[in-house]
Each structure stands twice: as structure tokens, then as C-alpha cells.
Design a binder for this molecule. Sequence first.
Ligand SMILES: [Zn+2]
Length: 380
Amino acid sequence: MTTMIAARLHNYGEPMRLDRIPVPEPRPTDVLVEVKACGIVPNLARVVANFFGSKTPDLKIMPPLPAIFGLDPTGVIAKVGDQVRAVRPGDRVYVNPARKCGSCRMCRGGQPLDCPHFTFQGYFGRSQEIMKAYPYGGLCQYITAPQDALVKLPDNVSFQAAARFGYFGTAYAAMKKLGVGPGQAFLVNGISGTLGLNAAMLALAMGATRILGTGRNAALLNRVKALSPQRIEVLAVDDAKGPPAGGSDPLVTWAKSMTDGYGVDSVLDCLPPGAPATALMRALYTLRRGGRAANVGAVMEMLPLNAFWLMTNRIALQGSVWFTTGEGEELAAMAAAGTLDVSVLEHRVFSLSQVNEALAGMDDRAGGFTNFIVDPTRVD
Ligand SMILES: [Zn+2]
């Protein structure tokens, strides 16, 4: 085992190519993981087609080329550095790709997600140095990773299901900030998408008693409701048209009708890139007085947000990005216990040689139910 196959991007806008490169040696506090599955996020196709290139001409946020992408790797530890303590070869793991500098005030204070150098291994980030130190995304056969980035996987959680932890964790960390739990009414804006579906599955696991969801596709919404018909209610909304001019928004009226007229306790916005600001605002207006909203979606338009309305209604609005390795461990524990039921995911598995087909085919999916996986152990 001295060389491996990696799918590498040599130029933005071109297909990835399979290259034979050396298997890396883990540093003393790192591990080497043999990748068994890598989750593919729908945004990766846009990123490798130079999504950021036109917006950030210096490309500082992107890894140096040729680059190995792949945000959500799972696999088996093959080798450990001589200062690695509590994990050993043979352990099954999810590799949290969140990298931090380790020595800034936020890192030293135990807030790695607030590190100014926060960088995703195998994707993009704020530090070229970190990207060079960890240049292996999950679209290759062996990756190095720091020992504190590993979520140990129980035997009953498959590599494919755990390769979805990036989305689960993003929703989960935001939902913990919102206090989602028993007795709470929680609205997921965009509930049938990849993030939104995972938020609904987590809301069931976390004990939320009333789960409301919006979406565009009625058939997909019905599939989401079928996860728990007693607790989940869905409403089809048309983002493009927005709320009717004058009078009350049917979305707000519906949410209040589900909550004894109060409005919901919390909102998680999971809208996809390109969704208009009005679609996020409509969801905010479903909040009760004192309600809290978190944004993990990709609305990029400026919000028409009235600060006076925010103040008088005691509304909180928070951004949230990714999740800690500790939160990943909580996901693994919930999945192991069966409180988080991951069986509804439909894995669509591609070999490493099919990586470009996988990226090209991501628009053909049953919302968040389809889980796109590349299996680097297969090169055919
Ligand atoms: Zn730091």
C-alpha cells in the first residue's frame, strides 16, 4: 500500500481525473483513514464548475490545484500517528471535515467553529495553509485527518448513512441553538430538501411534538409527512410567486392554525441557493412572540427585515455553520439507539471512476431522500 487512486480536479470547469498518487503518512497526532464512502453534496458540482471563481477572483478560499474534493468521508482507520490515544486501526469513523487553526483565541477557548481560519477539508475555506496541510478530500482511497476530527461509528450505522452526517450535523447544531424539543412547534422552511429532510428526521429524534414544513413539491412533501403523520404537517408554497399582495399570508395563517394561534416556537431555514429573500421572510413571520430562527440555508438576497418588528416581537435570528465533532458523536449515538432513524435514506452509490457522472446526475433526485455516495474502494 504505497500508492492510491484519487479523483482530482486539475482545472475548474473540467471533469475530475483519476490519478495514481502516494498514500500519505499520518503526522503524529493524525490518523490515516481508508475511505469506504464519501457523501456528495449537491453544491459540489457548482463549486468544481467555478461557482466561486467569478465572485472571488483570487480564489484564496479554494484548495490549490490539482485538488481532491469530497466533504463527507467515512471509512476505517488504517494507521495512527504515535501520539494518537483513543482510536486505533480498524475503528469505523466519520471524518468531520471542519478544520481550525488550533491556536487562536476561539480555538483555545473550545469554539473551533468560530476560528477565523475555519476550513473544510476537501471543499473550501478560509486558510490555504490548512488546505495544504490536509489536502485529501473523500474522493480518494486514503485520507489523513486529525485525531480530534473523528466520529466513531457504531456497527449498526452504515458507511453510506454516516456519509450524510454533514447535513445531519448542520441541521442538528442549529436545532440545538433553537432549543427544539418536547412541547415545541418547529417549522422547517424547505423540509423536503437534503438539509430540510434531515432536520425533520432530527426533530422526530429530539422529541419535537409539532413539526411543520414547507416545500414546493407536493409529492415529496407527502413522503416527508408519512415519516410521522401524527407529528408532521406540510404546506406547499410557491417561492417564486411569494405571498399574496395585501391581506395575510396563507403560510402564516396555516402555521398559527397549527399552534393555537400563537405561531411556531422556532424556524430553521433550509432553502436552496437561488431562493428569494421573501421566501425566508415568510417563514420568519410564522414565529410566535419570542420565537427563534436559525439560518442554515443558502438564500443570498438581502433580507427586507424590519428591525422594529424584530424588537417588538422579541425575535432572534441566528446564522449557523456546520457542527462540532462532539455533536457528530451525539448523532452517531442517536443513530445507534434508533431514535434517529436513517433507514429512509435511499443510497445511490457510484464507483470512484463514476465521480463525474455522479456530479452530473445530482439534479435527478427525490429531494433529500436520495443520498449520493461515491465508493472509492470501487474503481471500475
Ligand atoms: Zn483558530
